[in-house]
Design a protein around this ligand. Structure first.
Ligand code: SF4
Ligand code: SF4
Length: 336
């Protein structure tokens, strides 16, 4: 069984964290069934966020009686100390706990530091002093913020997208965390649904002994697969290496990761799906995307007012309006 220790925190868990974003989409009782099964299957690291609507509440609802056997991680998107305290107190109440093991700044576009005028880092330190959080982390999609956070020495963990489509620059971040003994939590190990071979994804991450993947779980069959990976970790063999090489070729360059940081769109375009429709059509069963509902959604791209809100907020520096246009044209051709 493979275990991971997060940097210097002493948090050692199965190489299998539960990403609690997708449980927003199921009922409280369905969420409880999944969370209990995960816990009973050996998962002890649960990662949620104040921004994931009722996810913190579902964790409290499902796991409060076994709280002392778990590590809970959550996040705040607060921009100032007041927002930080409000989010932290809400999270504690909803998760029915008096401490959160790892509290993370949720994808800020800068690296919070003491004295930066936001009061965020000072608030986190005070929360730690009061015993309301045990460790301070940061999540990010931006290479420069991630690097600054590592070098600052202020953070116990970094949560960053990492999957087998990673670039050399992403790998540099992963390796730097190892060198500096900062816990590395891998998000988007399935690249927002574009990677459909979870076995290959797990075999890739298995090569990095300091990396803790958190898998977004919505269905029981997905959970079963991830639990199996801990019992029998997939290993990188020639077949998986060849598959990854082929996928890297197909998905190279600037593709949309479906992260949603470009929203909201004033033209109501569902950017995270629409900007990667060409890939979804070819990599997933295409029928649902070709139904009338999706045809109408794709046609909304025509209503783009070129405000550039999306491209200004895309952490991958994509020219989102152009990418949407390309996807619409391809979609129309595909439909024919
Ligand atoms: S540029 Fe177009 S797609 Fe992007 S946010 Fe504005 S309206 Fe929406
Ligand atoms: S366009 Fe950029 S910000 Fe929007 S979903 Fe895709 S990758 Fe994320």
């Amino acid at each position: 069984m493979s275990k991971v220790t997060l940097g210097k925190t002493g948090i050692t868990v199965d190489k299998n964290g539960f990403g609690a974003l997708p449980i927003q989409r199921v009922t409280f009782d369905e969420a409880k069934k999944l969370l209990r099964k995960a816990y009973e299957g050996g998962i002890t690291f649960f990662d949620t966020a104040r921004s994931y609507t009722d996810s913190e509440e579902k964790i409290g609802y499902s796991l409060s009686d076994v709280r002392s056997h778990l590590y809970l991680a959550s996040k705040t998107p607060a921009k100032n100390a007041e927002g930080f305290w409000k989010d932290l107190e809400t999270g504690l109440k909803l998760m029915k706990t008096d401490y959160i093991d790892l509290y993370q700044f949720h994808n800020p576009d800068f690296c919070p530091k003491p004295g930066d005028g936001t009061g965020l880092y000072e608030a986190a330190l005070e929360a730690k002093k009061q015993g309301k959080i045990r460790f301070i982390g940061i999540t990010n999609h931006r290479l420069h913020v991630a690097k600054e956070a590592i070098i600052s020495g202020l953070y116990d963990t970094l949560q960053f997208p990492f999957c087998y489509l990673a670039t050399e620059k992403d790998l540099e971040i992963v390796n730097l965390c190892k060198e500096r003994e900062i816990g590395f939590i891998a998000m988007k190990a399935l690249s927002g649904g574009l990677i459909t071979n979870a076995r290959a994804a797990a075999a890739f991450l298995g090569q990095y002994d300091h990396v803790l993947p958190i898998w977004g779980v919505q269905r029981e069959c997905e959970l079963d697969e991830f639990l199996q990976f801990v019992k029998e970790p997939p290993v990188m063999d020639e077949e998986i290496a060849a598959l990854i090489a082929k996928e890297k070729q197909e998905l190279s360059g600037n593709f949309c990761r479906g992260c949603g940081y470009c929203l909201p769109c004033p033209a109501q375009i569902e950017i995270p799906m629409s900007a990667r429709m060409s890939l979804l059509l070819r990599r997933m069963p295409s029928a649902p995307y070709l139904a009338e509902e999706w045809q109408a959604k794709m046609e909304r791209i025509e209503n783009c007012i070129h405000c550039n809100h999306c491209s200004d907020h895309c952490p991958y520096g994509l020219d989102t309006p152009a990418l949407l246009r390309e996807n619409l044209e391809d979609y129309r051709t595909f439909l024919k």
